[in-house]
Design a protein around this ligand. Structure first.
Ligand SMILES: C[S@@+](CC[C@H](N)C(=O)[O-])C[C@H]1O[C@@H](n2cnc3c(N)ncnc32)[C@H](O)[C@@H]1O
Length: 278
């Protein structure tokens, strides 16, 4: 299978000018194995030949490599800690006489479920504590299609299943079997297309200078090889404020722990902060 992966990487590069070598090897193997089964190809060689001659299969393979699944409040422990500790700390560190905006980046935001969850918590905190702080949430994804869906803000019941009833009742409108996020939440989030693998920038251009108080990148890193993960994490390190928070997915805690530039905040949570001694 290892040779198969190498062959397929080079076929895709030569034939379709697309580099997939940054994806984590076992993820590539699993995805290609699933495509072989779906296309009834018995040997890696057969699949490789088919891929070479079939742009439609190439596009199905590319889509399978870009898993876009998400849901509101996907990791309940992380969001509970955000609400109880992180958001109050960001607000208390913010000078209430002359508050600056609290800048948040949701990187790899899929169809908006993650940044809207952050916006719901921020809005709720702001209204229940009557703080002067203003939250500004930048949300980016490499997929134009995901960003378009995110801007619409319409979800099915399964996607909002972890959302508490008060939020659903106050901030969503139900139309048929779908739930639309309200404008007061929508307007807190600025969506844009941005590829985390892009060299030469540490933050999405719409944010101008980065300087984030909090970055959330969850269920993205584990799809990439170690050197690519490191490149992405270095980007986050550079674009965070000196005492900024970094939040990842629960399955990615060990990846971030290996990157000593971040320190875990209240282990075993997926919340980290910038290690300024580096
Ligand atoms: C599995 S979803 C996770 C969504 C959300 N963060 C969550 O935890 O539910 C991964 C998302 O990351 C995006 N993504 C993957 N690689 C990316 C990259 N290089 N730059 C920006 N977004 C990326 C995908 O398009 C997809 O929407």
């Amino acid at each position: 299978m290892k040779n198969l992966v190498k062959n397929i990487i080079s076929v895709i590069l030569e034939r379709y000018a697309k580099d997939v070598s940054m994806y984590e090897e076992s993820f590539l193997e699993k995805t290609i194995g699933a495509r072989m089964a779906d296309t009834s190809k018995n040997t890696p060689g057969e699949y490789c030949t088919m891929l070479d001659n079939n742009p439609d299969e190439a596009s199905v393979l590319f889509d399978s490599l870009n898993n876009g699944y998400s849901e509101f409040f996907r990791n309940p422990l992380t969001f509970a800690m955000l609400e109880q500790f992180v958001i109050p700390k960001l607000v208390s560190d913010n000078n209430q006489e002359n508050p600056s905006e609290i800048r948040i980046w949701s990187a790899g935001c899929a169809a908006g479920q993650e940044p809207y969850s952050l916006a719901l918590l921020a809005h709720y905190y702001k209204t229940s504590h009557q703080t002067n702080s203003r939250f500004r949430i930048f949300a980016t994804d490499v997929s134009e299609k995901q960003i378009q869906t995110a801007r619409q803000g319409i979800y099915d019941l399964k996607m909002i299943q972890n959302t508490r009833m008060g939020f659903v009742n106050n901030y969503f409108t139900k139309t048929g079997s779908n739930y639309s996020i309200g404008d007061q939440i929508k307007k807190q989030v600025e969506f844009s297309v941005y590829d985390l693998l892009q060299h030469g920038s540490s933050a999405p251009p719409v944010s101008i200078f980065g300087d984030f108080d909090l970055i959330m990148c969850s269920n993205v890193l584990f799809y990439y090889r170690p050197e690519t993960r490191k490149m992405i994490l270095s980007k986050f390190y550079r674009s965070l404020k000196p005492d900024g928070f970094f939040i990842t997915g629960e399955a990615e805690i060990s990846i971030v722990k290996n990157f000593t530039a971040f320190k875990q905040y209240a282990p075993p949570s997926a919340i980290f902060f910038k290690n300024q001694t580096i």
